[in-house]
Design a protein around this ligand. Structure first.
Ligand SMILES: Cc1cc2nc3c(=O)[nH]c(=O)nc-3n(C[C@H](O)[C@H](O)[C@H](O)COP(=O)(O)OP(=O)(O)OC[C@H]3O[C@@H](n4cnc5c(N)ncnc54)[C@H](O)[C@@H]3O)c2cc1C
Length: 389
């Protein structure tokens, strides 16, 4: 696709300009996050990206073609190695608009949790350190009209919820999962008005079908990867798609990583929120008993992300300096290596060409082996990848 064509195509496919526009006439439009709205100037997502392929949505047949290509890659990988892997991009499998909208919903619900935590004097804590008092949370839910205290009473008595009278981010996510049916997916709390509001107009029937087909394609790929014993690495993409990509990947991990790590999520350590994302997902895998699999990268979209944030006017999601990104990478890697040490279910691919990172990984690996704690999967190196488990 030419540079001239790409912005229009991307806007149609990921702007919400297809169908009702997110204008002031749309319910909740004034609550829309700038980061999660498509902008014509950034329609061509290839800008400033040299090391990653960009897919544009054409139609459903094209997405099927991409899926067939990915299937052939999985077959080829399975045929040439006993422990192969294959990478996919979710923007190749469906309309990016869905990823954009779903990302916004996830981020809003998470912010709601953080805001509640701040109101309970817990601002600035790491994500997993925030614990909301169930009682106060119930009051807030009642004030927002989400559920009366009587209705929400039993939400906090389940096996995992509020065991100590508190609710953490994982309890909160699982609560949202169970309460938010697909039809209500686009409802988000508005802290100013104290109402639940639709984020956008509902999906049209066709859009709803497109979303389901995207999930079906992911399912087909995950099943084939499982059959062939190939690890499926889901690439991380732009930050405005990433919450949805990461969440959908996590759903696949829950289903397909019961016996071994087949599905790998990618964490971009140039993101300010990388450590919180890694620790929350590792903790979820521990609680639910599945195999955590990750590809750890620094991130390929820095220039585009920064320019977009500056031009559109939202906080830059990227760490302020290269050193901070390095620090973040090693902090996340350290956390996962500790997890491997204590719980052999975790797996990591160190996807980096950075010499310090390779040395850091080797050093930790050798130390681990000396103390008899490194996993048995071994350390393989090549093409910017080292795998540890
Ligand atoms: C096998 C493999 C798979 C990959 N998969 C993905 C993927 O799914 N998604 C993805 O986004 N990328 C992916 N990448 C690319 C990766 O994110 C990096 O862009 C690339 O590898 C360069 O980083 P590095 O660690 O190798 O080296 P380095 O040269 O040490 O790091 C360069 C990176 O540091 C960060 N950086 C540089 N300057 C600054 C600054 N001023 N402030 C903050 N951060 C800064 C940027 O992320 C930049 O790309 C993958 C790379 C490999 C090798």
């Amino acid at each position: 696709m030419s540079t001239a064509e790409a912005p229009g195509e991307s806007c149609r496919s990921s702007a919400g300009l297809h169908g009702p526009s997110p204008s002031s006439s749309t319910p909740g439009a004034e609550q829309r996050e700038k980061q999660y709205r498509a902008h014509r100037g950034f329609g061509d997502r290839r800008g400033g990206v040299i090391s990653a392929r960009t897919y544009f949505y054409a139609d459903e047949a094209k997405c099927d073609q991409h899926m067939e290509t990915f299937l052939r890659c999985i077959d080829a990988s399975g045929g040439s190695s006993e422990n192969g892997f294959s990478a996919i991009k979710l923007t190749a499998l469906g309309r990016p608009q869905f990823l954009l909208q779903f990302s916004e919903v996830l981020v809003k619900w998470r912010r709601f949790f953080h805001q509640m935590a701040a109101e309970q004097g817990q601002a600035g804590r790491a994500a997993l350190e925030m614990k909301l008092e169930a009682e106060k949370l119930q009051e807030a839910l009642a004030n927002l009209g989400i559920a009366t205290k009587a209705e929400s009473q039993h939400w906090f008595t389940g096996e995992n919820l509020g065991m100590s009278g508190t609710v953490d981010l994982l309890d909160w996510n699982s609560l949202i999962d169970s309460r938010t049916k697909l039809s209500k997916l686009l409802l988000v709390p508005n802290m100013q008005t104290g109402q639940l509001e639709p984020l956008l107009s509902r999906f049209t029937e066709e859009e709803d079908l497109q979303m389901k087909r995207m999930l079906q394609r992911m399912d087909v790929l995950a099943k084939r990867a499982t059959e062939k014993g190939v690890r499926l690495m889901v690439d991380a993409e732009q930050s405005y798609f990433q919450p949805a990509i990461s969440r959908l990947t996590l759903e696949m991990q829950r289903r397909f990583n019961r016996d071994r790590a087949i599905i790998f999520n990618t964490y971009q350590c140039y993101l300010k929120e990388a450590y919180d994302n890694v620790t929350v997902d590792v903790e979820l895998s521990r609680r639910e008993g599945w195999h955590f699999g990750t590809k750890l990268v620094r991130g390929a979209y820095m220039e585009q992300e920064r320019e977009r944030a500056a031009q559109i006017g939202y906080e830059d999601p990227i760490n302020p300096t290269y050193e901070k990104t390095n620090e973040m990478y090693h902090r996340c890697l350290d956390y996962i290596l500790e997890e491997i040490k204590h719980n052999r279910k975790a797996n990591v691919m160190v996807a980096s060409h950075n010499e310090d990172t390779v040395k850091f990984t080797l050093h930790r690996w050798v130390l681990g082996r000396q103390h008899g704690v490194a996993g048995t999967g071994g350390l393989r190196d090549g093409g910017g990848r080292a795998e540890l488990r």
